[in-house]
Design a protein around this ligand. Structure first.
Ligand code: GTP
Length: 178
């Protein structure tokens, strides 16, 4: 089975839940007292998507840092739009942008309407998913969507989310700073 490496970098304001999303995806756990990221951390997870293995190489950045990549998480529209502008200007042409509206469990303190976020994501051809790292809502689906958007290496275009199987790599490092 072919192995493909997908580089993912989480961007967004401090405290929006970037590390928690990674932690939920890789370890299926949630720490309400998680420490802020210093610099950046790196984790990997390999999943089966259709007839390929997708190894996600995930860089989780500190909220204050301005780095470029292809995975955007944001709690405010204005900051989000700035990130997208930078990605379009400086990122690779085939970049896949995914917007995660995290903490969707906190319905009483919602700042951005789902419809507005979805419309914006559609306008820039980005993935949009409302997620909750805390309640494990749509975290795997977010990465499935990223897998689905990556062009297939064979003649059969990817369809649906079928065939996405989670595989933990026991030998992989749990969490390390780089
Ligand atoms: N209710 C709720 N809280 C969350 C969720 N995701 C993260 N949190 C909480 O939000 C706080 C910040 O989470 P982090 O994952 O550290 O956020 P971050 O974006 O990585 O922050 P930096 O490392 O500073 O950039 C923590 O107290 C988390 O427990 C969520 O889906 N729902």
């Amino acid at each position: 089975m072919a192995l493909r490496e997908l580089k993912v970098c989480l961007l967004g304001d401090t405290g929006v839940g970037k590390s928690s999303i990674v932690w939920r995806f890789v370890e299926d756990s949630f720490d309400p007292n998680i420490n802020p990221t210093i610099g950046a951390s790196f984790m990997t997870k390999t999943v089966q998507y259709q007839n390929e293995l997708h190894k996600f190489l995930i860089w989780d950045t500190a909220g204050q840092e301005r780095l470029l990549s292809f995975f955007v998480l944001q709690e405010t529209f204005s900051t989000l739009k700035n990130w997208v502008k930078e990605l379009r200007q400086h990122g690779p042409p085939n970049i896949v942008v995914a917007i995660a509206g995290n903490k969707c469990d906190l319905i009483d303190v919602r700042e951005v309407m789902e419809r507005d976020a979805k419309d914006y994501a559609d306008s820039i051809h980005a993935i949009f998913v409302e997620t909750s790292a805390k309640n494990a809502i749509n975290i795997n689906e977010l990465f499935i969507e990223i897998s689905r958007r990556i062009p297939s290496t064979d003649a059969n275009p990817p369809s649906g989310g079928k065939g996405f199987k989670l595989r933990r790599q026991p030998s992989e490092p749990k969490r390390s700073c780089c």
